[in-house]
Each structure stands twice: as structure tokens, then as C-alpha cells.
Design a protein around this ligand. Sequence first.
Ligand SMILES: Nc1ncnc2c1ncn2[C@@H]1O[C@H](COP(=O)(O)OP(=O)(O)O)[C@@H](O)[C@H]1O
Ligand SMILES: C[C@@](O)(CCOP(=O)(O)O)CC(=O)O
Ligand SMILES: [Mg+2]
Length: 312
Amino acid sequence: MIIETPSKVILFGEHAVVYGYRAISMAIDLTSTIEIRDIDGNEIILNLNDLNKSLRLNLNEIKNINPNNFGDFKYCLCAIKNTINYLNIEPKTGFEINISSKIPISCGLGSSASITIGTIRTVSKFYNKQLKDDEIAKLGYMVEKEIQGKASITDTSTITYKGILEIKNNKFKKIEGKFEEFLKSCKFLIVYAEKRKKKTAELVNEVAKIENKDEIFKKIDKIIENSLKTDNKEDFGKLMTKNHELLKKLNISTPKLDKVVDIGNRFGFGAKLTGAGGGGCVIILVNEEKEKELLKELNKENVKIFKCKMIN
Ligand SMILES: Nc1ncnc2c1ncn2[C@@H]1O[C@H](COP(=O)(O)OP(=O)(O)O)[C@@H](O)[C@H]1O
Ligand SMILES: C[C@@](O)(CCOP(=O)(O)O)CC(=O)O
Ligand SMILES: [Mg+2]
């Protein structure tokens, strides 16, 4: 059995959302693929194809492991463990899981949440249990929280329910109607600017220590309130850039991210870093009249450009 799972991009509100403030996020068509098959014996074999890493463990170990001791395997292992415990089954059949992904790892596009939700769907189906999306999203959120320490439902909910979500107080609402139509008419570019040196967990914990963070988060919340009322790309882009300026005050931007955002401002309607920051990706709202110049400038910067579509 093979299951493909999307990733996400945060349009506004990363970090603030961890503290109950608003965020807007969108599921995108960069996907991870998880394959599961039964094997003889009572083992679990995990192959992380992109990282060239494999792990074998005994089936009866899984229920009590501490995933945080397993490096890059931790999201996948925690998802397997929590799913088996939630389903309340005694696993008897061994299985092998193969993970491969088109989502650049640890750069703000929710690769961890994609792997987590994909693993939960795969393992529950393997045991012939049909989980509802609400159960899958909840299990996924518990995994991100367990590994990150602090987390919001943003990534796991967006990847489970797809489309565009508004998150507030750790609850979500699907964005539909006029604002959805406006967002669908917007062309976004996702630019992988540089490798991120830190994992989301570390960045979330660093932001937690910033004393005036609530003041900054309140300003971000106001930006989102205004963005929800607009149907003008120029205004929307300016709001994205304003959000970026506030993220800089949380010390999660870098000179490279700022440079790409600057190009996004000069040749597009606006731009901001997306996800936990500290490197990784920038999202740019394209001004189609200047798209050629935008791409020309970006191509001078040794970046990778993803033209992603929203998945619903
Ligand atoms: N292709 C993959 N194969 C295996 N594990 C992955 C893969 N992509 C992501 N992960 C897991 O997710 C972690 C990165 O998560 P995180 O730091 O939250 O970054 P992101 O912004 O991409 O979600 C990796 O260290 C690894 O544990
Ligand atoms: C920083 C945060 O708001 C988003 C993190 O996204 P990512 O793992 O960088 O894709 C954390 C969260 O919402 O759990
Ligand atoms: Mg993540």
C-alpha cells in the first residue's frame, strides 16, 4: 500500500499561532510518499530513502519507546507508536515502511507533519482500521507536540484537511467563499533560500524565551485580521512583508532570507519567510507583470524555486 501526503505553506502567523494567535495556512502539492508492506517475522523496518538511513526494531518494543532518542526517525516512530496505542492493538505482523519525499526537509514546508500524517494513515490502514480525519489530525498534533515540546495544530491540520485554513486558539476553520477565491487568484512562489541549521523544535523553544513576544504576536494578529478583509494583491503583499518585519524581531530571519524577501518586494507584491525560519523558505506573492524580472533576480541567488499549487 502506498499513501501520498501533501505539505503546507504558512501565509501568515507562524510562531504566533503556537500561543493561540491567528495563522493562515495552505496545503500544497509537494508530497511525501509512504509505502508499507508486511514482512515475515516480528520486526519493524523503517527506511528513510532520502536520508539513506534504516532502522530495525522488534514489534514489542514500539509501544514503549522514547521517539526522541531516534534522531531523524523520531516523527515516524512516534506516529507509529501513537497510532498503535490509540488503536489499542497488539501488533503481531511485522512490517517494512519506505519513506521518500519531494518536500525539502526542515525548511518550513511541514515535512515533519507530512511524514507524521502519512505514517498515521498508512499504519492504521495496514491494520484495517478506518480513522476519521479528526482522529488523524489529533494524533498528528500529539506527535508534533511530543517531539517539538510546543506546537500548534497548523501543520498537521492543514495537511490532514487540505485547502486553506484559518487557525485560532488551536482550532481551525476552512477558508471558503470570497477570500478563498481571492487566494486562488494569487500566484505564490516558494523559494528555498538556504539550508536551515536548526530544527523547528529548537526555533520554537528560542522564540519562547523572547520577552516581548506577545506584543509582536498581537501586531501579527492584526495584520491577519486586515488580510482577511482584502481582495487586493498589492495590499495583501504589503501585509506579508509587514509580517516578515515582525518575524525579524523574533530573531528567526537570516541575511539570506531577508535578501530573498527584498527581491520579492521589489519584483513581486510582497514576501515573507514561511515556517519556523532560521533559514529555509520564503513565500513571494508574484506580480505577473514583473514575473520575468523576479525569476531573473532570484536565479542569481542560488536558490531553488517551487511553483506549487494548492491542494483541496
Ligand atoms: N523525507 C523524510 N524522511 C524521513 N524523515 C523526514 C523526512 N522529511 C522530514 N522528516 C522528519 O522531519 C524532521 C524535520 O522536521 P522540522 O524540523 O519540523 O522541519 P519542517 O519545517 O520540514 O517540518 C526531520 O528531522 C525528520 O525527522
Ligand atoms: C513555527 C510553527 O508555527 C510552524 C513550524 O513549521 P515548520 O515545521 O517549519 O514547517 C510551529 C507550529 O505551529 O507548531
Ligand atoms: Mg515541522
